[in-house]
Design a protein around this ligand. Structure first.
Ligand code: UDP
Length: 350
């Protein structure tokens, strides 16, 4: 098969890795288009290097711009590339601007489209990601769904005939690299194992509103524990106007995949508004506190490993104090072989 994969943001490079490596082993011809949505070294190149990804065949270099401008640039660049290369499939991942743009182009050009990490819903249309997911799911020919919750959502939207539950590519990556982690990052920052929390914040709803960001940082400081905070570029820009000089809060640059996994693995718990990190906290059996009003990964809440901390309302410290390790830890995201299942289905639909 000739497959064009479109990626542009950090979590997409990570999901691409197991898919690409399996496709290469089988001998499928893969072309990777990087849209340039995330472009700096810490947010992009490091993942290509660490995860053994070949350099993208093309970079559309869209850079920072409004979502509409980014979508328009991706659509024009991609249309030309697809005309020149005529793939059997276009593959998109997750719920970013790159996902929605590539989905529209492939479907308009009549090229088979596969959406990996389909079926997720927050039921909050104020989130740009929610619109991206809905559009991509509805125009895709094949929907690869990581969780049972995702399948239920697609059944409710009448999309189940095109949907296959495969497990999650993020579990594939994590299981693959599990034994390759080092503790260096923990000693580099003078952290003690299981004696710090890991914090990430990057969603527009958390960081674009300065009052909300301020609430979150103050809640985090109030738990009075060591916090390590690899800061996303979007958040860094917002934090530049504020000074948080708490001795427990250690702000560091975004980390590569392996060091970041090590930071989760060695932590006491995770404080985040990220989607992927909620799942990784679950896979590493760490308590997660999700600073959002809702989550797409509701199964992590139901099993008791994840806790919503409603911004502006809840008290993080109270929620942390109430947390008890659940007895069960069911397998929610598959057995680490999602890539095999995805490729098998694509081969059978050609
Ligand atoms: N991640 C990373 N380094 C960091 C922060 C996150 O490698 O400093 C990884 C994390 O392990 C997960 C992914 O990036 O696999 C999540 O990306 P992000 O939170 O940006 O996006 P989301 O999952 O919310 O779409």
């Amino acid at each position: 098969m000739k497959i064009t994969c479109v990626v542009g943001a950090r979590p997409q490079f990570i999901k691409l890795a197991p898919f690409l490596s399996k496709c290469k082993k089988i001998g499928h011809k893969i072309r990777t288009i990087h849209t340039g949505q995330h472009y700096d070294k810490n947010m992009s190149d490091v993942f290509f290097d660490e995860l053994g990804l070949d350099k993208p065949n093309r970079n559309l270099e869209i850079g920072p711009a409004s979502q509409t401008e980014q979508i328009a640039k991706i659509m024009l660049g991609l249309e030309q590339d697809l005309e020149d290369n005529e793939p059997d499939w276009v593959v998109v991942f997750g719920d970013t601007t790159s996902t929605i743009a590539a989905s529209i182009v492939a479907s308009k050009m009549g090229i088979r489209l596969a959406h990996i990490e389909a079926g997720l819903r927050s039921f909050n249309r104020d989130m740009p990601e929610e619109i991206n997911r809905i559009v991509s799911d509805h125009v895709s020919d094949l929907l690869f769904v990581p969780s049972s919750t995702g399948m239920t959502n697609l059944v409710n939207e009448g999309l189940e005939k095109r949907a296959v539950k495969t497990g999650d590519l993020m579990a594939d990556v994590l299981f693959h690299f599990k034994d390759k982690l080092s503790d260096n990052i923990v000693s580099q920052y003078n952290l003690k194992k299981e004696e710090y929390y890991l914090l990430t914040l990057h969603r527009p709803a958390s960081v674009d509103n300065i009052e909300m960001l301020d609430w979150m940082i103050k809640q985090v400081i109030a738990i009075n524990e060591k916090i390590i905070f690899p800061v996303h570029p979007r958040t860094k820009l917002k934090l530049e106007n504020n000074e948080y000089t708490d001795e427990n809060l250690l702000v560091i640059p975004p980390q590569g995949y392996l060091d970041f996994q090590s930071l989760i693995f060695n932590s006491k718990g995770v404080l985040t508004d990220s989607g992927g990190i909620q799942k990784e906290a679950y896979l590493w059996k760490k308590p997660c506190y999700t600073l959002r009003t809702e989550t797409e990964w509701t199964e992590t809440i139901k099993t008791g490993w994840n806790n919503l901390v409603i911004p502006g309302e809840d008290n993080l410290l109270d929620i942390i104090d109430k947390w008890k390790t659940p007895n069960d830890h069911p397998s929610l995201y598959g057995d680490g072989r999602a890539a095999d299942k995805i490729i098998f289905e694509m081969e059978n639909r050609i």
